[in-house]
Write a protein that binds this ligand. Structure first.
Ligand code: SF4
Ligand code: SF4
Length: 69
């Protein structure tokens, strides 16, 4: 069971990939789908590996991510 949960407001994501790079657990990846603003948005591909470190949320310039512990 996951220690934490990351929530993604996908419609606000600009697909910059900063959160993907900073996640040491490889929880996040840019998906193939496009949001209404025309950006590929980030998805949690391994949500069960999230440890709740909050690095992704701290890195995101648009506060797209919320982490629950
Ligand atoms: S909280 Fe940490 S482990 Fe979880 S998705 Fe964000 S960077 Fe990865
Ligand atoms: S850092 Fe924020 S805007 Fe950039 S890909 Fe991640 S969630 Fe999207």
């Amino acid at each position: 069971m996951a220690k934490a949960k990351v929530e993604i407001e996908s419609e606000r994501c600009k697909g910059c990939g900063l959160c993907v790079e900073v996640c040491g657990e490889q929880v996040l990846e840019l998906g193939r789908e496009i949001n209404l603003s025309g950006y590929r948005y980030v998805v949690a591909v391994r949500p069960e590996d999230c440890v709740g470190c909050c690095r992704c949320a701290e890195m995101c310039p648009d506060t797209v991510l919320a982490v629950w512990r």
